[in-house]
Design a protein around this ligand. Structure first.
Ligand code: URA
Ligand code: CA
Length: 435
């Protein structure tokens, strides 16, 4: 087989065979295909797309390019959840105990990564004593015993995706539906998911800024799921403002605790119930989304989700008393208000800039090795549609630096206030259960 012929075929708009796709993925991962040929193929895919069948094939070829986590020793259907990334997204911290409290196994493999705040693991490490350095065996035992556990990413997962993603980044081929969809799905499957729930974000703080693009990506992933025998559902949710109110690691743990107590921010609660109900249906614990949702709502009011969170924290060495005494979480030295500069109505957030402001405070990593300040971040006091008076606090900035002039300026520039009434954003644009 020759790479030249594979490029030619895709350039001419033809579908690649399983053997051709496997050859490309395996040989590129092994360093036997040069970047210039891989780049040419990626660009041909960018312009000529892939059929549903090709998308399934490239997903499985990437999945099998490295280690695959075997979670078969965990009883039940393991449903994983993935978000395409947003600002202040606290959902995983809530969904793990919430869904597990209904007896659905949640075996979460998570990363740290770069971003405005840390990843799920960094957030959990804001809880004193909590650790994710457990062996795969312990991880499996914990899920069987308590229904929920979180472990740091181990092993050599999807090396093909790592190499291809870096190449796409420098060849203007990131933004291709078949390439994004196969990249995301391969990582979930390699981490051991039997079924997958996807939260595809759309808006100013999301990878996809247009609803139609988000919908196409969601449909593509649900369809890949069907081709590779992993039932998949997707939600398309709004990211035109941060989710909930808190952006920052310990602050998001507090927000998760509030939500598990049944009095979290409305948008965060609603999104968790929607994603959670899909997870419960895919696990087979309920036959309908509506039923699953009311079961989950009950777990928030009867205290069982909160109880599950405590069990989960204790099992991984954490101090579960933070749930009743959240002031035991890391706290920043200064809490500084951001007063509104005029009367009006909050109309719009430049969501990525709000995230960047949290990162400037130290809530996120700028390089792989930077150290996160778990205590710092931003708590929004106003969201889209809220009326504000001059001098009223738009947000509370939790910081360990007294001088935050630049952070304030960035926040002022990213919160737009106007005189006219504004249309409230839709939280959930669509749910895709079959394509
Ligand atoms: N996120 C991924 O994991 N892969 C992509 O290709 C794009 C976003
Ligand atoms: Ca939040």
């Amino acid at each position: 087989m020759r790479m030249y012929d594979i490029i030619t075929k895709k350039r001419d708009g033809l579908a690649l065979s399983e053997a051709e796709i496997r050859y490309f993925i395996t040989e590129y991962t092994n360093g036997n295909i040069p970047d210039y040929q891989a780049s040419a193929l990626l660009m041909a895919i960018y312009f000529n797309d892939m059929t549903d069948e090709e998308r399934g094939l490239i997903t499985m070829a990437m999945t099998e390019s490295g280690d695959m986590i075997d979670l078969s020793a965990i009883e039940g259907i393991k449903v994983d959840k993935h978000s395409t990334g947003g600002v202040g997204d606290t959902t995983t911290l809530i969904l793990a105990p919430l869904v597990a409290s209904l007896g659905v196994p949640v075996a979460k493999m998570s990363g740290r990564g770069l971003g405005h705040t840390g990843g799920t693991i960094d957030k959990l490490e804001a809880i004193p004593g909590f650790h994710v350095e457990i062996t795969t065996e312990e991880f499996i035992n914990l899920v069987n015993k308590n229904k929920a556990a979180v472990v740091g990413q181990t092993g050599n997962l999807t090396p093909a995706d790592k190499k291809l993603y870096s190449l796409r980044d420098v060849t203007a081929t990131v933004n291709s539906i078949p390439l994004i969809a196969s990249s995301i799905m391969s990582k979930k499957i390699a981490s051991g998911a039997d079924a997958i729930v996807l939260d595809v974000k759309v808006g100013s703080g999301a990878f996809m800024e247009e609803l139609e693009d988000a919908r196409e990506l969601a449909r593509a992933m649900v369809s890949i799921g069907r081709h590779v025998d992993r039932q998949t559902m997707a939600v398309i949710s709004d990211m035109n403002q941060p989710l909930g109110k808190a952006i920052g690691n310990a602050l998001e743990v507090k927000e998760a605790i509030d939500t598990l107590k049944g009095h979290g921010p409305e948008d965060l609660t609603e999104l968790c119930l929607t994603l959670g109900s899909q997870m419960v249906v895919l696990s087979g614990k309920s036959g309908s989304i509506d039923e699953a949702k009311s079961l989950l709502k009950e777990q928030l009011t009867n205290g069982k989700a909160l109880e599950q969170f405590k069990t989960f924290i204790t099992a991984q060495g954490g101090d579960a008393s933070v749930v009743d005494e959240p002031n035991k979480l890391p706290t920043a030295q200064h809490q500084i208000e951001l007063p509104a500069q005029a009367d009006g109505i909050v109309a719009q957030f430049d969501c990525n800039s709000v995230g960047a402001a949290a990162a400037m405070l130290g809530a996120g990593r700028t390089t792989k090795d930077s150290v996160i300040d778990l205590a710092v971040g931003i708590v929004l006091n106003k969201k889209i549609g809220d009326h504000v008076h001059e001098g009223e606090s738009l947000a509370t900035i939790h910081t360990n630096h007294a001088d935050i002039t630049q952070v304030k300026e960035k926040l002022y520039n990213s919160i737009h206030i106007q005189d006219e009434e504004v249309k409230l954003p839709t939280l959930i644009y669509d749910t895709i259960t079959n394509s």
